[in-house]
Design a protein around this ligand. Structure first.
Ligand SMILES: [Mn+2]
Length: 397
């Protein structure tokens, strides 16, 4: 049968070809006396690729700054993996991991952005990933103290650089000297209470710019009858106001949560906040929102607290209490750029809970916003994008 013959011929041809190919690839054994070529001599340094290497923010050095008193920085990235103050979906203890993982395509050697016109890693400002606070997950009052002590420890360190881009910092501090700035990676939003307690010792009451879908100024949840149980990710600003930590020049941005009623807003005002709703971006636009925030906080010391749930859950689903109808990542990035030059003494990004993520979109967005914080910290004012060949001129329409 001819088709069987054909199959035999084809099969034999494949075998013959395989023999020829494998014979061709066979290498002579290396001379046993010859020194093998090393990776270093042939390929150079063992670089970390974007998708490889130890996990630190933007491939920075990861230093355990709480125990290493020689660690020098002007700006520290610090993880606070605490999530036992959340009212709905837990999991933000994995936030620092998710944000660092989301930052893997960032690195100091490729940190320039057209939007900012700078590379924050090349500004005579030493930035360091100081690791995570070893927050105990079994005792919230102990965890609160650990976070406050950790934050105070880093705040008290001398600056690494003589020429910080933040010369006005000394004028804000009660002791008249410049302190490092810390970008905290949450954790649920409760971490801001120990942060404000630590900042208060250095700066006194501070204005808060608070990006969030929620007010976080509620007085308590039903059943929270002990002092510790009153401290949650929805009540920490109320407690902070009781303790005199929040200046009456604070503002929320992106509010759209449901309320018990307008009494919540009256309470919010007494805590020290004005607010911008998520709809205000349609009615007033980005520029007006920036202006309203800048006018509200003025030249006071400002703490920026960024709850990832301010972004629409379609673009940042991995969070504890998602609310539909939020801002886009692009919109919040533009607002942040407009805030540069205010007296920022610290910032955080909280409520990233990667178990609810899809394709790492929340972690990627959060990491990008941390890069914006770094760019903002080293800028003297809102950036003016360069006029480069091929760019749409700012004068054109
Ligand atoms: Mn919040």
């Amino acid at each position: 049968m001819s088709w069987i013959m054909n199959r035999r011929i084809v099969f034999s041809a494949i075998i013959a070809l395989a023999v020829v190919v494998s014979g061709h690839q066979q290498q002579a054994l290396r001379d046993p006396h010859e020194q093998p070529e090393t990776w270093l001599s042939k390929y150079g340094k063992q670089i970390d690729q974007t998708f490889s290497g130890p996990l630190a923010f933007s491939h920075m050095d990861y230093v355990r700054c709480l125990e290493d008193e020689s660690a020098a920085f002007d700006i520290a990235v610090l993880g606070m993996p605490f999530d036992t103050g959340t009212s709905y979906r837990p999991g933000a203890r994995f936030g620092p991991y998710a944000i660092r993982s989301g930052s893997r395509r960032q690195r100091a050697t490729r940190g320039y952005s057209l939007a900012w016109g700078n590379n924050p890693y090349e500004q005579d400002t030493k930035i360091l990933d100081c690791g995570d606070v070893p927050v105990i997950p079994f005792d919230n009052s102990l965890a609160m103290d650990q976070m406050e002590v950790a934050y105070s420890t880093l705040l008290a360190r001398p600056l690494a650089s003589n020429t910080s881009a933040w010369a006005q910092g000394a004028a804000l501090a009660k002791d008249g000297r410049e302190h490092p700035r810390i970008i905290s990676l949450g954790g649920d939003h409760t971490i801001v209470l120990p942060i404000l307690r630590a900042l208060n010792k250095v700066y006194g009451p501070v204005s808060v710019i608070h990006f969030d879908a929620h007010l976080d100024t509620w007085g308590g949840y039903p059943g929270t009858v002990t002092e510790q149980s009153r401290i949650t990710h929805g009540t920490f600003f109320y407690i902070a106001n009781e303790e005199g930590l929040v200046a009456n020049s604070s503002i929320h941005a992106g509010i759209r949560c449901k309320l018990e009623g307008i009494g919540d807003i009256e309470n919010d005002e007494s805590v020290g906040f004005h607010f911008i709703t998520s709809d205000d971006i349609d009615d007033h636009g980005v520029a007006a929102i920036i202006e309203r925030i800048r006018t509200r906080v003025g030249d006071t010391p400002v703490y920026l607290s960024f709850d990832i749930d301010v972004i629409d859950p379609g673009l940042a689903p991995a969070t504890g209490t998602p609310e539909a109808g939020g801002w886009t990542s692009r919109e919040v990035k533009r607002i942040i750029r407009g805030l540069a030059g205010l007296n920022f003494i610290g910032a955080d990004i909280v409520e990233v809970a990667p178990a609810y993520d899809h394709a790492e979109i929340t972690g990627t967005a959060a990491a990008d916003i941390v890069h914006d914080f770094l760019s903002m910290f080293v800028s003297q004012g809102p950036p003016k994008p360069p006029n480069l060949p091929g760019m749409w001129s700012r004068d054109e329409h």
